[in-house]
Design a binder for this molecule. Structure first.
Ligand SMILES: *Cc1c(COP(=O)(O)O)cnc(C)c1O
Length: 379
């Protein structure tokens, strides 16, 4: 089955008891036990729930992994994965990692004796130099946020294997439709399903997929005992969103490519970051390891003043934190996703005062371009 069909039919997508065309919302915290000596499949909803199970089965199948897990947010998913490690362990993490992950790794995990070193993951030597005797994993995002830097996942996971480390990938930007980290050597995949997977800016959710049953057992144990499971209603909404992932991404990506080219020609724009532009650093690696350039791009308009003018003039789309919705989302990384970094750290990563991130939604491309054109006229 190809990916688009898999999204509709590649898991328990209808009710086996009634034939209902969508997985029912099993809004129950517990299950009657007819015989206490013979426990049924379902005992208590933190541990197992059929609606959550359908979503977990779906994402495991999409990514080609052994087990899937649904969490209350992307950060809850990432936290559960970090719980695999113990006091004295060390992680190597890409320096432009998601802001919440950065806070978790620098402000919370050290309390439990788990340390991290942040490296430029596009530089394999730097990554190797950061590995210590107690290092247990390499943690990556590619393309990264917000300047869409590209890490060679095959090379990074080969390096990880040489030192017996896990390779963990946050695949939120690409989704399993476009990037298949297990095929590139990863061991654990994480998603903020809040973004493209749910896709409608109406749910906060996280997913984890493990490559092996052994890792699956470990994450499963953490999931049910740390307990940050995704609520049943949100499991259902995420399943519903997932069904149209391909149709949504096909549209948004096509638009994003046109918009990125168009922005590259504009005198008001200093620089465009988009993995589909041949001039983008890591373009060839990305095209080789992913099947699309994605629906997120960033561009620099030079100053905060210009950003404010553009945001004031934008009528198609919203100005917000987040990405991957049906509506185009304009973000201001310097004061949103990367506000917790110092200006120096941001400058090093190219997150300037003039940088805007655009997650392209499902509006007509022409409307987005016309809207940007009239916004630039305000400059
Ligand atoms: C949004 C995001 C997260 C965090 O997910 P939440 O669902 O907001 O907790 C993690 N990684 C990436 C790449 C994200 O974009």
């Amino acid at each position: 089955m190809k990916f688009g069909s898999q999204l509709i039919h590649g898991y328990s997508s209808f009710c086996p008891n009634t034939g209902a065309s969508s997985t029912p919302i099993f809004q129950a915290s517990t299950y009657h036990q007819p015989d206490i000596d013979c426990k049924g499949k379902y005992g208590y909803s933190r541990m197992e729930n059929p609606t959550r199970e359908a979503l977990e089965e779906a994402i495991a199948n999409m990514e080609g992994g052994s087990n899937g897990f649904a969490f209350a947010s992307g950060m809850a998913a990432i936290t559960a994965v970090f719980m695999l490690f113990e006091q004295g362990d060390h992680l190597v993490i890409c320096e432009d990692v998601y802001g919440g992950t950065f806070q978790l790794a620098t402000r919370i995990m050290p309390k439990f004796g788990i340390e991290a070193t942040f490296v430029d993951a596009t530089d394999l030597d730097a990554m190797e130099k950061a590995i210590r005797p107690n290092t247990k994993a390499i943690y990556l995002e590619t393309p990264s946020n917000p300047t869409l830097r590209i890490t060679d996942v095959r090379k990074a996971s080969t390096l990880a294997k040489k030192y017996d480390l896990l390779t963990i990938i946050d695949n939120t930007f690409m989704t399993p439709y476009y990037q298949r980290p297990f095929e590139l050597g990863a061991d654990i995949i994480i998603h903020s399903a809040t973004k493209f997977i749910n896709g409608h800016s109406d749910v906060v959710a996280g997913l984890v997929v493990t490559k092996t049953k052994e890792l699956g057992e470990q994450v499963g144990f953490i999931q049910i005992n740390c307990g940050s499971v995704l609520g049943i209603q949100d499991c259902w909404l995420t399943l519903r969103g997932l069904k149209t992932l391909k149709a949504r991404m096909d549209h948004s990506v096509k638009s994003a490519g046109i918009i990125a080219e168009w922005l590259s020609e504009r005198p008001e724009v200093k620089k465009v970051y988009y993995p589909g532009l041949e001039t983008h650093e890591g373009y060839e690696i990305h095209q080789e390891q992913a099947s699309s350039s994605g629906a997120v791009l960033s561009f620099d308009v030079g100053s905060k003043e210009q950003v404010k003018k553009l945001f004031d003039a934008v009528k198609i789309g919203i100005v917000a934190i987040s990405l991957g919705g049906v509506e185009s989302i304009y973000s201001y990384p310097a004061q949103m996703s990367h506000a917790s970094m110092t200006k120096e750290e941001r400058d090093k990563l190219g997150i300037t005062e003039g940088l805007i991130r655009l997650s392209v939604g499902l509006e007509d491309t022409e409307d987005i371009l016309d809207n940007l054109e009239q916004a630039f006229a305000q400059f």
